[in-house]
Design a protein around this ligand. Structure first.
Ligand code: NDP
Length: 545
C-alpha cells in the first residue's frame, strides 16, 4: 500500500551506532523501481557523552543572559517561532506524519494546533503565572515581618522525549522552560530526530540566542549520558517522558546526583460508560480515544468498562464505527488510522491480542497486522470477553486496540478502573454531571474527564501528569511551569531595631513569655496576641540590659 514511512536510521542505512559516524536518517523514497528515485537524507549524529557535555556547557553559558531578559523579550522569540510554525504548517505536518506514520490530519490536530496554542499561552501569561507573591505569615506580621516568594529559573533543563508525539511533547517543555528563563538540552527519540531538529531550526530562525536550545540526537545511550551528567555538569533538572522501564533508569541515574526529575510515564487509561451515558457520543469517543495516533498515546483509552444494561447496544455501535474507519497511507487527507511508529510496538500489540485470545477473549473487529502494507499497520481492533488476568487489561498495549468489559454497579466500575499500576487519565461517561464529578474523585489518576477522552494534553493551561507508575511531577499549566523554576522565599523584618524575643540569653522571664506565646500567639487571634505586649516589652528591656 505505501512505502512512505521513515524507518530508523539503522534499518534505513544499515549504519551501526558509533559516536563518530554520522547517522543518515530517512529512507529512500522509491517512486519507480529504477529511474525516478527521490532521495531524502537527513543527518542526525549519534551523540556520546562528550557531545552531551559540550551541549550542556553551551547551554549553561548562554542561560544567565537569557534569564536577565524580561518576559516580554523572551515572549518575542517564542511568538516569532510561532509565526514560523504557522507559515509552515503543512511542511511540518508532513514531516511528523512521515517520521511517525500518523495521518497528516493528526499531526496537525494533535501536535501542531496544541503547540501553537501553548506557545501563545505561555508567551502571554508566564509573567503573570510567575509573579512574585506575598505569603500570609499569620501573627508574625504583628512583629513587622513579611514574606514573599519569587521564582527563579533553574538553569539548564534536560528534556528527554519519546517518539509518539515528537513535536507536541518536546515543544511544550521547550517553550515553558525558555519562558521561565532556562536553557534546554533536548534529547529526542532516535526514531524521531528530524521533528526535533525542525523545532531547533524554527527557534534558530526566530533568533533564539545560540546555546539556549541544544539538541542532542542519538539513542538511549545519549539519553543516559545526559542523565548521568548531573548538576556538576550544569544539568539542573530532567523532564523525562517515556516508558516506565526507562523512567526507572532515569530516576536511578538522577538520584546518584540528586538531580530533580519530572517523570511522565505510561498509562492504561480506563473509560467508564455509565447506563445514563449518551451512547452514540460515548461509542465515538471510545474509538477515537483508542485508535487516534494508532493507539500510541499515553492517555489512549486502553480499557473500556460499560454498564451491562447498555453493553450490547454500545458494542454494536463501537463495532459499526470501527469498521467504517479508513486505514491507509497517512499522507492522504481522508485517512483515519495510520501506521504504528515502529515494529517493536506492533509486536507488543500482537502479543497482547494473542494472549487475550488464548484466554477466551473475542475479537469483534480487526485483530491483525495489515500484511504487505509497506508500513507497520495494525487494524483497529475491538475485543470483548476480556478480564484482568490478560496482558491486554494490565500492561500498556500502546496500539489500536479497544478491549471492552461490562460491570454491574458504580463501585465495581471504580474498582476495575483502579485495578492498575498506572494512573494517568480516566474518563467517565454520564448525562448526570454531578454523578460524574462524584465518581471522578474516586478514580486514581492525574486527570479525570467527564464526557471526554484523551485530549486534555492539548490544554496548555491545565496540569498534566500521573499518579502511581504513570510518574510524578507535572508539565503544562502553572503547576508545570513551577517545575521549571526555583521558588525563593524572601523574608523581611521591618523592626530590626528590636532584638527578637527568642534570641539569647534565656531567662525565667523568657520562659514565661514562651509559655504565653504557645498559649496566645499561636491561637491565631490578634486580640489574644496583643495581650502579650506587656510581657514582650519586659523581654525587650531585659535584652537591652
Ligand atoms: P522510552 O522510554 O523507550 O524512551 C523515551 C526516551 O528516553 C527516548 O528519547 C529514548 O531514546 C530515551 N532513553 C532510552 N533509554 C534511556 C536511558 N537509559 N536514559 C535516558 N534516556 C533514555 O519510551 P518510548 O520512546 O518507547 O515512548 C513510549 C512511552 O512513553 C510509552 O510508555 C508512553 O506511555 C510514554 N509516554 C508518556 C507520556 C506522558 O505524558 N505521560 C506522553 C507520551 C508517551 P531512544 O528512543 O532514542 O531510545
Amino acid at each position: 500500500m505505501i512505502a512512505t514511512q521513515y524507518s530508523t536510521a539503522s534499518e534505513a542505512t544499515g549504519c551501526q551506532h558509533s559516536t563518530t559516524v554520522l547517522r543518515v536518517l530517512g529512507i529512500i523514497e522509491c517512486r519507480h523501481p529504477v529511474a525516478s528515485l527521490a532521495v531524502l537524507y537527513w543527518v542526525a549524529p549519534l551523540m556520546g557523552a562528550a557531545e552531551v557535555l559540550s551541549a550542556l556547557n553551551r547551554a549553561q553559558a548562554a542561560q544567565p543572559a537569557w534569564a536577565s531578559l524580561s518576559f516580554r523579550d523572551r515572549a518575542r522569540v517564542v511568538l516569532q517561532a510561532r509565526k514560523i510554525v504557522l507559515a509552515e504548517l503543512d511542511e511540518i505536518g508532513t514531516l511528523i506524519s512521515r517520521e511517525t506514520g500518523k495521518p497528516s490530519a493528526e499531526a496537525l490536530s494533535m501536535e501542531i494546533v496544541p503547540g501553537l496554542d501553548l506557545m501563545h499561552y505561555f508567551a502571554r501569561h508566564t509573567a503573570r503565572l510567575l509573579q512574585p507573591h506575598k505569603i500570609d505569615i499569620g501573627q508574625y506580621w504583628l512583629m513587622g515581618r513579611s514574606s514573599q516568594v519569587v521564582y527563579k529559573p533553574l538553569g539548564v533543563i534536560g528534556i528527554i522525549s519519546p517518539w509518539n508525539f515528537p513535536w507536541a511533547t518536546p515543544l511544550a517543555e521547550v517553550v515553558m522552560a525558555l519562558m521561565a528563563g532556562n536553557s534546554v538540552v533536548l534529547k529526542p527519540s532516535e526514531l524521531t530526530p528530524l521533528t526535533a531538529l525542525k523545532i531547533g531550526e524554527v527557534f534558530q530562525r526566530a533568533r533564539l540566542p545560540k546555546g539556549l536550545l541544544e539538541i542532542v540526537t542519538g539513542d538511549g545511550t545519549t539519553g543516559a549520558a545526559l542523565t548521568d551528567a548531573g548538576p556538576e555538569a550544569g544539568l539542573a533538572k530532567i523532564m523525562f517522558t517515556g516508558s516506565v522501564a526507562t523512567g526507572k533508569r532515569v530516576a536511578a541515574s538522577a538520584a546518584k546526583h540528586l538531580t530533580p526529575t519530572v517523570l511522565e510515564l505510561g498509562g492504561k487509561d480506563p473509560m467508564i460508560v455509565l447506563e445514563d451515558a449518551n451512547l452514540q457520543s460515548a461509542a465515538r469517543a471510545a474509538i477515537w480515544g483508542a485508535f487516534c495516533n494508532a493507539g500510541q498515546a499515553c492517555a489512549s483509552v486502553e480499557r473500556c468498562y460499560v454498564h451491562e444494561s447498555i453493553a450490547p447496544r454500545f458494542i454494536e455501535l463501537v463495532v459499526k464505527e470501527t469498521l467504517a474507519l479508513k486505514q491507509d497511507n497517512p499522507a492522504e487527507s481522508e485517512v483515519d488510522v495510520g501506521a504504528m511508529s515502529n515494529e517493536r510496538q506492533l509486536r507488543i500489540v500482537e502479543e497482547h491480542i494473542s494472549d487475550a485470545l488464548e484466554r477466551g477473549a473475542r475479537v469483534l473487529a480487526g485483530g491483525k497486522r495489515v500484511k504487505n502494507s509497506g508500513g507497520w499497520f495494525h487494524e483497529p481492533t475491538v475485543v470483548t470477553e476480556v478480564d484482568h488476568s490478560m496482558d491486554l487489561m494490565r500492561d500498556e498495549t500502546f496500539g489500536p486496540v479497544l478491549p471492552i468489559l461490562t460491570f454491574k454497579t458504580d463501585d465495581e466500575a471504580i474498582k476495575l478502573a483502579n485495578d492498575s499500576v498506572y494512573g494517568l487519565t480516566a474518563s467517565i461517561w454520564t448525562r448526570n454531571i454531578a454523578r460524574g464529578r462524584r465518581l471522578a474523585t474516586k478514580v486514581d489518576a492525574g486527570t479525570i474527564m467527564v464526557n471526554e477522552v484523551v485530549y486534555t494534553h492539548a490544554l496548555a493551561q491545565t496540569p498534566w501528569g500521573g499518579v502511581k507508575q504513570s510518574g510524578y511531577g507535572r508539565t503544562h499549566g502553572r503547576l508545570g511551569l513551577l517545575e521549571l523554576v526555583s521558588p525563593q522565599h524572601i523574608h523581611i523584618n521591618r523592626l530590626s531595631f528590636l532584638p527578637d524575643v527568642w534570641w539569647f540569653r534565656y531567662s525565667t522571664g523568657a520562659s514565661l513569655l514562651f509559655h504565653s506565646l504557645a498559649k496566645h500567639f499561636t491561637s491565631g487571634s490578634i486580640i489574644q496576641s496583643s495581650l502579650l505586649l506587656p510581657q514582650m516589652i519586659k523581654r525587650w528591656r531585659e535584652r537591652r540590659d
